[in-house]
Design a protein. Structure first.
Length: 148
């Protein structure tokens, strides 16, 4: 009987600790989804600089698409070059987002992106993305973006 009491007490203590501390996945999920929501809203305002605030402003930030671009400034310049007008930018939406914690300071995200545009601006396009984010003093930031 004392062993049952001991196991039940430990179970209760663990439940209290985990409910008070929160699950790491929950600690990552909401703020990371907010980064993506902010990016989507910025894109749909045609504000590339605000969209890029979701990325870490570092020379190590990397975008992988049809080529590999390294450095925040170069990624920013590529976005401006590829999407020079509001019409070319279209309307962005993200879906099927899955956030996976990779420890306390990193997380991966996979999901789908879709740009709705008129035919003259390139038509509708979309694909899949994989992101690696790092928790920084300024919040969660994308350090690696692989978009296809």
């Amino acid at each position: 009987m004392p062993q049952q009491f001991h196991v039940s007490s430990l179970t209760g203590i663990f439940l209290l600790i985990f409910s008070a501390a929160g699950c790491p996945a929950q600690d990552h999920d909401r703020p990371i989804r907010e980064v993506l929501q902010s990016q989507q809203a910025a894109w749909n305002r045609s504000d590339v600089e605000a969209f890029m605030s979701g990325y870490e402003a570092s020379d190590a930030t990397t975008f992988v698409g049809s080529s590999i671009t390294r450095g925040y400034q170069r990624v920013l310049e590529d976005y401006h070059r590829r999407y020079p007008t509001k019409e070319k930018m279209g309307r962005l939406s993200f879906s099927e987002i899955e956030v996976k914690p990779l420890g306390a300071e990193f997380a991966s995200v996979i999901g789908r992106w879709h740009l709705e545009r008129d035919r003259a601006s390139g038509g509708n396009v979309g694909g899949i993305f994989t992101l690696l984010l790092r928790k920084t003093p300024a919040g969660w930031k994308i350090i690696l973006d692989h978009t296809s």
